[in-house]
Design a protein around this ligand. Structure first.
Ligand code: SF4
Length: 245
C-alpha cells in the first residue's frame, strides 16, 4: 500500500494496521522507513519503549530520524542520557525546542506556569513544538504502549489523524510498541545493556519534566507520578489530534 493511499484513507490504515500487528518490531520499522523515507521519524522522551525501538532500528540498519522534545525543564539525568544514547546508538538525536524561553514564558504567562496552568505550559512547551516538527513528517513513530494507562489502552499500531483541520492535513501515528508489556521492554533493555534513565531505579516509572514528575512506586498506572495534584494525565501530545472518521 503506498503512502498517499494511507494518508487519504482510514480504511487503508486499518488494513495496514492489521498487517503490522502481526509483524516483528524491526519489520514494522522497516516498513515505515521503506514507505516514507525521512518523512517517518521516531519521537522519544527516552522511556523504555523508545529505547527498544531505536535499538531495533539501528540493528536493522535503518536510518530513521530520531527527535525529542526538550522543554527546558527536563531532568539533568534525561539530558545526560540523550548524549549517552547518541554515543551508544551512533545516531543523532534532534532536540526540538519551544519558541519561548522559560524567561519569556514567565514574562508573558507568569512564573511557574506548570503550577498554575499546566495545560497551557504543556501546550507551549510540548504540543506546539511537536506540531511544528510533525509538519515535515508523514509518520510519527511513538513508544506508546496500551498497558501504560487507561488513556492509552486503545492505542493501535497504526492510526490516522487529522493533523491540521484548516489545511485538511492528515498524519499517520505509528505505535509499534502498542502491545509490548513493561516487563518485556525492560527485559530487552537489560539483555542488550542499553543505557537508560537512572531515575527509573529511584522509583520513577514514567519520566517527563522535573516540576511535574514524581516517583510512582510499584503497581497501578505507570504514569501516576505525572502531574500529581492535578486531574491531568496526558501532556496533550498524544491526545491533541482528533481521530479521523
Ligand atoms: S510537563 Fe509540566 S513543566 Fe513540562 S511542559 Fe507540561 S506543565 Fe510544563
Amino acid at each position: 500500500m503506498n503512502s498517499a493511499t494511507l494518508l487519504e484513507s482510514s480504511e487503508a490504515v486499518l488494513a495496514q494496521s492489521e498487517v503490522l500487528s502481526r509483524a516483528p518490531l524491526a519489520d514494522v520499522l522497516r516498513w515505515a522507513s521503506d514507505t516514507f523515507g525521512d518523512r517517518a521519524a521516531i519521537g522519544t522522551s527516552f522511556q523504555g519503549a523508545g529505547l527498544v525501538m531505536i535499538h531495533h532500528a539501528v540493528q536493522a540498519g535503518l536510518r530513521l530520524p530520531v527527535f525529542t522534545l526538550d522543554t527546558g525543564l527536563l531532568f539533568p539525568e534525561t539530558l545526560e542520557l540523550s548524549s549517552r544514547l547518541e554515543r551508544f546508538f551512533g545516531c543523532r538525536i534532534e532536540s526540538v525546542h519551544p519558541e519561548l524561553s522559560l524567561d519569556e514564558q514567565a514574562r508573558d504567562f507568569g512564573a511557574g506556569l506548570w503550577n498554575t496552568r499546566p495545560d497551557t505550559c504543556c501546550l507551549l512547551r510540548k504540543v506546539e513544538p511537536l506540531k511544528r516538527r510533525l509538519n515535515s513528517l508523514s509518520v510519527w513513530i511513538t513508544g506508546v504502549r496500551q498497558e501504560q494507562s487507561e488513556s492509552r489502552s486503545g492505542a493501535g499500531i497504526l492510526e490516522r489523524y487529522l493533523f491540521d483541520p484548516i489545511a485538511e492535513r492528515y498524519i499517520l501515528k505509528l505505535n509499534p510498541m502498542a502491545a509490548w508489556t513493561r516487563d518485556a521492554v525492560w527485559e530487552y533493555i537489560h539483555e542488550h545493556n542499553i543505557p537508560y534513565n537512572p531515575l527509573h531505579d529511584k522509583g520513577y516509572r514514567s519520566i517527563g519534566c522535573g516540576p511535574c514528575t514524581r516517583p510512582s512506586g510499584d503497581g497501578g498506572d505507570e504514569r501516576a507520578g505525572r502531574w500529581t495534584g492535578f486531574e491531568k494525565t496526558e501532556c496533550g501530545i498524544h491526545t491533541f489530534l482528533p481521530a479521523a472518521s
